[in-house]
Design a protein around this ligand. Structure first.
Ligand SMILES: Nc1ncnc2c1ncn2[C@@H]1O[C@H](COP(=O)(O)OP(=O)(O)OP(=O)(O)O)[C@@H](O)[C@H]1O
Length: 752
């Protein structure tokens, strides 16, 4: 058991760590002592640095070298078989930018350990900050990992932060702890959103925010916090749930995660002034320094510090989580927006070479169970995505309604037949007129590309054989830089080569072709080919297609071809966090070929210059579709209506818009107002009448003073009562000091 002073100090300065009886040390005592020996020479929990202790004895983790990071990592993860070693070049700057996902990845999904490592690193920062501000070297705390439990959902317990807060309220010194980015440091405050914007736009990663919150430390608030903590089971909210949920009024926020180096550095590095103060201080004794520090504060701040007990907490949020959190409110606003829209018949789409359609899939039952809601409104030729967001303060909500217009938009209720009649049917007619037609399926993984393609193929086959007795089918897939035949079952792994002839036409060499003489046969061949595609489970779809599939249906004795392209599901980087390097490489290649496709479409529309089809394998094999003036191109984008997929859906619709060369038709921002919670206002004791004073005495101290209510002298109202010293209450309670001082204290609490 550590010395009580250690406990007190650690609880005060490392608020996010667990009570010691709840933890399982990851270091043995020897390691632990060794780690601290240079910092804590004596047996005491904390001490001033020895005279020979260099100023940099406690280093900010951001300044750690690669070796120091590795040493920290190895010590912290010793005897953890799942944990990966650090990759070369990971220094303090890198590791400080890791978010929780990265830690989880390195610990192979052990979220408890990941959280503990993440937090431990932050504790190191606080340790450094404390050293910088006070010159006192704190003992490094051992890593705190909650014991693993059998069922995450049932048994998960967030770190017991409320208990920490409680100890702090009783024992913490009143000195203000350094408040990162709060009022005192306006420059830092300004730097944060800017840095956050830069970081998130550079990385394209999900927005993960660390929020610094401030809350009053009054005892009744602490009681509320304890009550909240006991009633909140939230196993899925990982990092967020590790912290207490602050009352909205108490929250002051700043975005800390995803900061650029400069901003992180600014947040944690001493300014020149601080350095000079620190060096002056280091020659003074502890009491001298404290007295000087107090005297330097303005009077108002000193008074405030006496009244307030401040606490800072950090919470992790991400966009998807925040959407779920305010689901009811957002859903209500989206519903109202839909009702406000006038019923106007859709105008006809102008005929053009590239026709772009969108299909919205239904929201699945499992998504509804996971608190997802529908954020896509499809009507006529328009689709609107309701992007539900939170402002930078993470309290105010708003919805950005983003509208896009296409040749036609199919809602969740649209049948495969309706989709076929508008999209694939004109392409099949084009083929039957001896021309080239290409149909692309675009969209996020799991949004329904393969599902829609299935329905179209079935109907297209019936349609073609109404006029043609036989057709030939070739099918291949493009996975990264490799092409494979989907119909050659004997040489499945054989890589196909492509050749460009003198006329610039691209040919796939050695491609197997099958002749089909009935719709059923054609469909069977296509199903077999489809089944041979490379698939891999992604976070979104269990059997996500990881390749672009190209099916070419050729009329006998003709070059007329109908090409169907089922593009691999596009994935954003955050969906690939749980994947291995191979999966991430796949995703990068898929996205780059989709980008090349977009560029070709853009070039076709601008009518100047050659489409840059050489940029990817997919565009090279489809060069006929881009070069022929008579070729028809149909693109169908599929979108998921789930709120969690908002960014994907917007991305798909933006890409489709680029294909047809149009702009967004609507961008409307609507503030979402939270319903005001009626707080019953208690009257201040100074306004109490005599009767109210007596009533209070009856009820105070849990009713223990009830019998003395009648002894309150006549004419005693609230104003008089407030002037009573503690001794007067003892007197009222007939000498019962305990009860008297309890009444005195309770009255003070009421005054606040
Ligand atoms: N319009 C729809 N109606 C009913 N179910 C649908 C619809 N669209 C998709 N689904 C279902 O959603 C699931 C995922 O669809 P699908 O496999 O077609 O996605 P995908 O976009 O092809 O994914 P990937 O690119 O990863 O292969 C399937 O179970 C499919 O049946």
């Amino acid at each position: 058991m550590p010395h009580p002073a250690v406990r007190e100090m650690e609880t005060t300065l490392m608020p996010n760590h667990l009570p010691l009886e709840h933890i399982q040390l990851d270091m043995n005592q020897e390691d632990y002592d060794m780690r601290n020996e240079d910092l804590t020479p004596g047996p005491g929990a904390f001490t001033s640095p020895p005279s020979n202790c260099p100023a940099g004895a406690v280093q900010h983790p951001q300044k750690w070298s690669e070796d120091q990071v590795r040493e920290w990592w190895e010590k912290r993860t010793k005897r953890r078989p799942n944990v990966e070693g650090l990759s070369k070049g990971t220094d303090g700057r890198n590791i400080m930018r890791w978010n929780m996902n990265r830690f989880e990845q390195m610990t192979k999904g052990d979220s408890h350990l990941a959280m503990a490592l993440y937090q431990d690193l932050r504790n190191e920062v606080q340790r450094f900050e404390h050293f910088r501000k006070t010159g006192v070297v704190l003992k490094a705390s051992p890593i705190a990992v909650p014991e693993k439990r059998t069922s995450k959902k049932e048994n998960f317990q967030p770190p017991v932060r409320r208990e920490v807060t409680e100890v702090k309220a009783a024992t913490a010194p009143r000195e203000k702890r350094p408040a990162v980015g709060l009022k005192k440091e306006p420059s830092v405050k300004r730097a944060v959103p800017k840095a956050m914007r830069r970081a998130s736009s550079n990385s394209g990663t999900k927005m993960t925010h660390a929020v610094t919150t401030k809350s009053e430390g009054a005892p009744e608030r602490l009681a509320c916090a304890r009550a909240r903590s006991s009633s909140r089971p939230s196993p899925e909210r990982k990092c967020k749930s590790m912290q207490p949920e602050p009352e909205p009024e108490e929250r002051r926020t700043m975005v800390m995660e995803d900061l650029a180096d400069a901003a992180l550095h600014r947040l944690s590095s001493p300014t020149k002034r601080e350095v000079s103060i620190h060096s002056a201080r280091s020659h003074k004794s502890e009491p001298e320094r404290k007295a000087e520090e107090v005297s330097r504060r303005p009077k108002s701040a000193r008074l405030k510090a006496d009244k307030e007990d401040e606490e800072e907490t950090r919470q992790m949020f991400d966009k998807r989580e925040l959407r779920k959190r305010h689901k009811d409110l957002f859903e209500d606003y989206v519903q109202r927006w839909r009702q406000r829209q006038p019923e106007t018949p859709p105008n006809e789409a102008e005929p053009c070479r590239v026709r772009v359609y969108v299909r919205k899939r239904p929201l699945f039952g499992y998504e509804q169970e996971a608190e997802e809601f529908d954020v896509a409104t499809a009507k006529g030729r328009k689709i609107v995505i309701h992007n539900c967001l939170t402002k930078a303060d993470l309290r105010s909500l708003f919805i950005s309604h983003m509208g896009f217009q296409f040749a036609e938009v199919f809602g969740e209720a649209a049948s495969d037949e309706e989709v076929y009649q508008s999209t694939a049917c004109p392409a099949v007619q084009h083929l039957l007129q001896n021309k080239v037609a290409t149909l692309f399926m675009f969209g996020q993984t799991g949004s329904g590309k393969t599902h829609t393609m299935g329905g179209l193929v079935q109907r297209a086959a019936q349609h073609i054989f109404q006029q043609e007795p036989t057709v030939t089918l070739t099918a291949f897939e493009i996975a990264g830089k490799v092409m494979r035949d989907l119909l050659d079952h004997t040489h499945k792994e054989k890589e196909l080569k492509i050749r460009e002839d003198k006329g610039g036409n691209t040919q796939v060499l050695g491609l197997h072709s099958l002749e089909a003489s009935s719709p059923e046969q054609l469909q069977r061949f296509m199903t077999e080919a489809q089944n041979g595609r490379a698939t891999r489970a992604t976070q979104v779809n269990e059997t996500s297609s990881r390749s672009h599939a190209v099916f070419q249906i050729r009329k006998a004795d003709s070059t007329a071809t109908l090409t169907l392209v089922d593009c691999a599901g596009s994935e954003r980087r955050e969906d690939t966090t749980n994947h291995d390097a191979r999966s991430r490489k796949d995703a990068a290649e898929i996205n780059s070929s989709i980008h090349a496709l977009k560029e070709c479409f853009r070039a076709m529309r601008s009518a100047k210059g050659q489409p840059p089809y050489r940029e990817s394998l997919l565009t090279r094999v489809l060069s006929d579709s881009f070069s022929s003036d008579e070729a028809m191109i149909v693109a169908i984008g599929t979108v998921s209506p789930a709120a969690k997929d908002t960014e994907h859906s917007i991305g798909t619709l933006r890409a489709l818009q680029q294909l047809q060369g149009t702009q967004m038709t609507l961008e409307e921002r609507e503030d979402v107002l939270k319903p005001k919670v009626e707080v019953e206002k208690e009257s201040h004791p100074k306004t109490w009448s005599e009767a109210e004073v007596r009533q209070w005495v009856e009820e105070a101290a849990g009713g223990r003073a009830k019998q003395f209510a009648a002894s309150v002298s006549k004419g005693t109202d609230g104003k008089n009562l407030l002037r009573w010293p503690a001794q007067r209450f003892v007197q009222l309670c007939e000498g019962n000091e305990d009860l008297g001082s309890k009444l005195y204290q309770e009255l003070r609490v009421k005054m606040r």
